[in-house]
Design a protein around this ligand. Structure first.
Ligand code: ADP
Ligand code: ASP
Ligand code: MG
Length: 411
């Protein structure tokens, strides 16, 4: 029988009632003739609570134990969904990541899936089981330790299963009815897209649009998985949602496809470092080794052989970053006068493949922000996006102003 992957995010399994609703959707696809692999998230809020407990217990925690704790939310929903399906007379059972096994790298809290052997689950489908409910977000490393795939990782579990099992489609059920031109929670003018190109979705996701985890889009693109985002709250409609697809499969496309934001950024500056060959490596190697996700980097013009080095990273990694560079200073690897951390910044990005062939988008973006009186702290660009760092208090304003200026509400 053809296989369908259905993923339900946290809000879609937030209560027993919602698990029941989601199960009805699964049962419908079983009735339509599919063997279904369901990927579940933890109940909404649960993963945050677990992360909070870990941080309270051990601020610079052992990432292996972090994974042991935060992966547990998905185990609960997988079991509950299997039970609910059984109550509906649908043959189902749950799997935790290690039971499949979902084999991953050993990079705890940011592991990558390496292999998903299909025999185990296929054998059960062969025996008449119709639904495999798999705990998303988790896997097992070579050393036998439990790993997690980074926040939002259940999306990636879903796409990886769709690829491994040759599923007909991977449906991502969430609390919005598709991918929008910007986060509909920030702008009521956001417009739902019927289709979006993989590359645009990849940029939007990596720049903060958390509707899909970045890695899931990468995998879908590489393995040609038919990926759809849709609401678990609306009535059943076979054409609902947004299809993430190849650029060639989109008729109309605008220069700018969407606006993304990342709220919890920090800007850190090392004041007065020696400007010499190897200094960037001496600063950023220890940051990388400490697991700091450095994003934007700016080095000032140097004066008398000294310069300031500025970089951005997620705000919850500031302590880690400070420790890494302070330790490097203590070892004599680098020298600086001071570290200044600005924890109140956000990143705003505009994305669109049309930027490859259109000029002036950056100029327009800067003009819009300047008219709103918003100061730009750092800028980065790539072929299909422009990102700026601004004060967090202007984040919503900036998103809305850019959405208006690029007329994204119009089809
Ligand atoms: P789930 O728990 O189902 O995985 P997430 O909260 O991870 O759901 O992702 C869905 C959320 O993504 C939406 O509620 C919405 O606020 C946010 N979001 C951000 N950018 C976009 C966008 N461009 N289109 C749709 N949703 C977006
Ligand atoms: N529960 C995890 C998280 O909140 C994974 C997911 O929902 O995708 O990040
Ligand atoms: Mg998510």
């Amino acid at each position: 029988m053809p296989i369908l992957v259905m993923k339900f995010g946290g809000t879609s399994v937030a209560t027993l009632d919602r698990i029941h609703r989601a199960s009805k959707r699964v049962a419908r696809e079983v009735a339509n003739g599919y063997d279904v692999i369901v990927i579940v998230s933890a109940m909404s809020g649960r993963t945050n609570e677990l992360v909070g407990w870990v941080e309270e217990t051990s601020p610079l925690f052992d990432a292996r134990e972090y994974d042991a704790v935060v992966s547990s939310g998905e185990n609960v929903t997988a079991g509950l969904m299997a039970l609910r399906l059984q109550e509906m007379d649908v043959p189902a059972r749950s799997w935790q990541g290690w039971q499949v096994p979902v084999k991953t790298t050993g990079v705890h809290s940011a592991a990558r899936i390496e292999e998903i052997p299909s025999e185990n689950i296929m054998a059960k489908f062969g025996e008449g089981m119709r639904v495999a409910v798999v705990a998303g977000f988790q896997g097992i490393a070579d050393d036998g330790r439990i790993t997690t795939l980074g926040r939002g990782g259940s999306d990636t579990t879903a796409v990886a299963f769709a690829a491994a099992f040759g599923a007909e489609r991977c449906d991502i059920y969430t609390d919005v009815d598709g991918v929008y031109t910007t986060d509909p929670r920030i702008s009521d003018k956001a417009r739902k897209l019927d289709r979006i190109a993989f590359e645009e979705m990849l940029e939007l996701a990596s720049l903060g649009a958390k509707v899909l985890q970045t890695r899931s889009v990468e995998l879908a693109m590489r393995y040609k998985v038919k990926l759809r985002v849709l609401s678990s709250f609306e009535e059943y409609d076979p054409n609902a949602g947004t299809l993430v697809c190849d650029e060639e499969d989109i008729m109309e496309s605008k220069v700018v496809a969407g606006v993304a934001y990342q709220r919890d950024e920090a800007k850190m500056t090392l004041i007065s470092v020696a400007d010499r060959p190897g200094i960037a490596s001496a600063i950023f190697t220890p940051l990388a080794e400490a697991g700091v996700n450095v994003d934007m980097i700016v080095q000032n013009i140097s004066e008398e052989g000294r310069t300031d080095m500025t970089f951005s990273c997620p705000v919850d990694q500031v302590a880690r970053a400070e420790k890494a560079v302070t330790d490097a200073k203590a070892r004599g690897d680098i020298n600086f006068h001071d570290i200044v951390a600005d924890k109140d910044v956000a990143k705003i990005s505009v994305v669109g493949i049309g930027m490859r062939s259109h000029t002036g988008i950056a100029a327009k973006m800067f003009d819009v922000l300047s008219k709103e009186g918003i100061n730009i702290k750092v800028i980065t660009t790539s072929e299909i996006k422009i990102s700026v760092l601004i004060d967090r208090k202007y984040m919503e304003l900036a998103v809305q102003a850019l959405h208006d200026a690029f007329e994204l509400e119009k089809a």
